[in-house]
Design a protein around this ligand. Structure first.
Ligand code: PMP
Length: 394
């Protein structure tokens, strides 16, 4: 279904957003029978050991509401699992809120913390739900454009973005769509600004374990930041089960309570059988364990299956430091801007990609990139690469 951006029945705050670029490109991919490297979900299933736990959970009494902040077994398992990355063990009762995916975590954090008239700093390009949630909260998004080509942070502009009304800054590392991992120096500078302006950081870390040759530090682990950071994670990203919609927010009690104040009215609780399954495996899946090593190696080989033939075919790509997205230059094709190039490629190369322009404020300068998701079958990735090279026009 396509959403009419002008429909007066839709709340005014949501009208500018219309139908997301992911839904639009997927619909176009279906029309043209294209290989869909657009929407970022794996085309393979969650690992069998995790699915077995759901089946086991369903044989027990998991059909009713559970504790709103999360099944105790799961919040205890999360506390244990995140301790090495976080530097301390969070309080399983007061510092963790299990949400319906990180998507709900974003909404609950923003709606639970932000007042009408407040300002929220967002980086462009950025995940599309941040701006929509800021609009739903009646607040103003103050957007800071990363360098269109390198995705470096423009520090002077970021400093200027803070005001007396700044309530929150949203950070995402590893970063969708650029694949950048913000390093310690960058995180320290952001932390210093957040402390100086007494601002809370919403740190979307859903790709925290999916990095290639680098670690993705959490801004929460920096001095003075634990007490002012809400960290968001997603079971869907780490265990390839995006449809199960299990995520969590970790924050000090005061901030977790703000997230919970919205979560209780958004969904009340996340699906019980999937929480039970996650609880049964998470305690075994510590950072550095064989599952996570294999998971990264598997994605690395999928990245190579796509990036190697594109590079061999003379196309300029940007390999990610993290996430399951890579970027491809639009200048190899003659369709024009990013959106036109993505559309042209669906029609002429039968490969669906995502332009970066919808991740930015309207009218923002384009870097000339499209995003390719490589969380897909290696055969499909190799075929997509062949088509993208064959369609080259420069
Ligand atoms: N944040 C980012 C940066 C994402 O890329 C996504 C998923 N595409 C989400 C949040 C949403 O995560 P979930 O599937 O757990 O709702």
């Amino acid at each position: 279904m396509s959403l009419d951006a002008g429909c007066t029945r839709t709340a005014r705050a949501l009208r500018p957003f219309g139908t997301s670029v992911f839904a639009r490109m997927s619909a176009l991919a279906n029309v043209h029978g294209a290989i869909n490297l657009g929407q970022g979900f794996p085309d393979f299933d969650a690992p069998a050991f995790l699915r077995d736990k759901v089946n086991a959970a369903l044989t027990g009494p998991t059909g009713q509401y559970v504790r709103s902040m999360g099944l105790p077994a799961l919040t205890k398992a999360i506390a244990h699992q995140v301790a090495p990355r976080r530097g301390v063990i969070p309080d399983w009762e007061r510092e963790i809120v299990v949400t319906c995916g990180a998507t709900e975590g974003i909404a609950a954090a923003i709606l639970g913390m932000v007042n009408p008239g407040d300002e929220v700093i967002l980086f462009d390009p950025g995940y599309d739900s941040y701006a929509a949630c800021v609009a739903m909260a009646g607040a103003t998004a103050v957007r800071v454009r990363l360098d269109p080509v390198t995705f470096a942070i423009p520090w002077e502009q970021l400093e200027r973005a803070f005001s007396a009304r700044t309530r929150l800054i949203v950070l995402n590392s590893p970063h969708n769509p650029s694949g950048r991992v913000f390093d310690m120096d960058e995180l320290s500078r952001i932390a210093a600004l957040a402390i100086k302006h007494d601002t809370i950081v919403l740190s979307d870390e859903v790709y925290e374990h999916l990095t290639f040759g680098v670690e993705a530090p959490s801004i929460a682990s920096l001095p003075g930041m634990l007490e002012r950071t809400i960290v968001l994670s997603s079971l869907g990203k780490t265990y390839s089960c995006t449809g199960w919609k299990i995520g969590w927010a970790i924050a000090p009690p005061e901030l977790a309570s703000a997230v919970q104040s919205a979560h209780q009215f958004l969904t009340f609780c996340a699906p019980a059988p999937f929480q039970a399954a996650a609880a049964a495996v998470l305690h075994e899946l510590m950072p550095g364990c064989s599952y996570l090593r294999d998971y990264v190696a598997d994605y690395e080989s999928r990245l190579d299956a796509l990036a190697d033939p594109l590079e061999a075919g003379g196309l300029e790509v940007r390999r990610p430091q993290g996430t399951y997205f890579m970027l491809l230059r639009t200048r190899h094709y003659r369709a024009g801007d990013e959106e036109s190039t993505a559309r042209w490629l669906v029609e002429h190369a039968r490969v669906a990609t995502i332009p970066l322009s919808p991740f930015c404020a309207p009218g923002s300068p384009e870097g000339g990139w499209i995003r390719l998701a490589f969380c897909k079958d290696p055969g499909a990735l190799a075929e997509a690469a062949k088509r993208l090279v064959a369609a080259r026009q420069d």
